[in-house]
Write a protein that binds this ligand. Structure first.
Ligand code: T4K
Length: 370
């Protein structure tokens, strides 16, 4: 047991001996960025690990989402979830488009296709759905709505590294999917992300957008950005990737231990049952019901008193933030399931090397909070 704070997550790092050979290659070549050899190798290894053919690695998922929207020239309305990290909606604004909120399904916490369909107007151009906590969206339902209304379907797959649905990689769904490799994610490169593309032509277009729109020394075809990943970040990814099965299995074990201990407590509803095939145990969210002894915030504060930093992902709702709350779709009566989710959900500490004694302490406090 430790008295130091227990955070909601901790990144896994490659050992220094695992990363050193990659650093030696960088120092030897003095190629530091601009699609260097490590970045290219990382893209190939990553695509193979994820089971997809084409992807563009970028410096973070936020800019990946901006590029995805820019690729299709989307400046009209984009229907999205209010129950997500702010980056989802900020990306829509940075791309020059207009976010429109639709409600979530109370079970998956992801966009409800029927609510999406009800929010469509003549200005709607795209849907940006989030696989919240790595739980797959209703991809068939969303694809059906997108197809019938001629909309682009872009997935914020920030949480969905390695997730499979029906045996297939969930990041292969939709027009594009954007994964995050931030320090807080299942797989990290300190900072980073990837956009999964359906074909080589789309990948090449994304590569150009990620590098100012440059085709060659004298040809610049698009108003691109600089969203490249450096060789140093790619080195971290290359060194960590071979350990990902082991890392996800360790996360599953922690999630399973929580489930065994907490699922029977009155008022505590565990939202992501472990052992679901293809899940990545991104988080362990619990819903604190009326029949628990404390409110969600009461439990959050109680854990804090003990140095345990559980987090209220995602509170406040994006639609309640000053930048978005005046949008017509932000009215609370239209978000009947998202609002209670933001008020009742708490994500417990989960990372592969969370010590069992620390996890027992967390379980103990939740079991006997008063
Ligand atoms: N879409 C969704 C659905 C997302 O969740 C995110 C990011 C994005 C898009 C955008 O992806 P990126 O552009 O970041 O690639 C964190 C992360 O900063 C953010 O990446 C993440 N979602 C979000 C859910 O969580 P904070 O403000 O809660 O992070 P912070 O600094 O409080 O970190 C949480 C805990 O993690 C700390 O208490 C300790 C631990 N930690 C954190 C960092 C950064 C470490 O141990 N080491 C570290 O280096 O936003």
């Amino acid at each position: 047991m430790t008295n130091s704070p227990i955070y909601v997550t901790r990144p896994v790092l490659p050992s220094l001996s695992e990363i050193l050979p990659f650093l030696e290659r960088i120092w030897g070549s003095r190629i530091l960025t601009n699609s260097g050899p490590l970045l290219q190798q990382f893209e190939a290894n990553l695509a193979s690990y994820l089971g997809v053919e084409h992807l563009t690695v970028v410096c973070n998922a936020s800019l990946g989402l901006v590029l995805a929207l820019r690729l299709y020239g989307i400046t009209g309305e984009v229907i999205t979830s209010p129950f997500s990290f702010v980056a989802t909606c900020h990306a829509i604004r940075w791309a020059g488009a207009k976010p429109v909120f639709a409600d979530i399904d109370p079970h998956t916490l992801n966009l409800d296709p029927a609510a999406v369909e009800a929010a469509i107007t003549p200005q709607t151009q795209a849907i940006m759905a989030v696989h919240c906590y790595g739980v797959p969206c209703d991809t068939e339902g969303l694809a059906d709505v997108a197809r019938r209304h001629g909309l682009r379907l872009i997935y914020d797959a920030a949480h969905a590294f390695g997730v499979r649905k029906g045996g297939q990689p969930v990041v292969a769904q939709g027009d594009l999917s954007v994964i995050s490799f931030h320090a807080t994610k299942v797989f990290n490169c300190f900072e980073g992300g990837a956009i999964v593309a359906p074909d080589l032509e789309t990948k090449q277009a994304l590569d150009r957008l990620a590098n100012y729109g440059i085709v060659d020394e004298v040809t610049i075809t698009d108003v691109g950005l600089n969203t490249k990943m450096s060789e140093l970040h790619a080195a971290v990814g290359l060194a960590l990737l071979p350990r990902m099965n082991e890392i996800i299995a360790a996360r599953d074990d922690i999630a399973n231990r929580y489930w065994q201990a907490l699922a029977q407590i009155p008022g505590i509803h565990c939202l992501c049952p472990p052992g679901q095939p293809g899940h990545n145990s991104y988080a362990f969210p619990i819903r604190v019901g009326q029949d628990y002894q404390l409110s969600r915030d009461g439990l959050y504060n109680k854990l804090r008193e003990h140095g345990i930093h559980a987090r209220r992902y995602f509170y406040p709702l994006i639609s309640d933030l000053p930048a978005y709350r005046d949008l017509p779709s932000a009215r609370p009566e239209g978000l009947a399931f998202a609002r209670p989710a933001a008020e009742e959900i708490l994500c417990l500490p989960l990372y592969p090397d969370l010590p069992a004694a620390d996890q027992d302490r967390i379980i103990d406090i939740i079991s006997r909070p008063c």
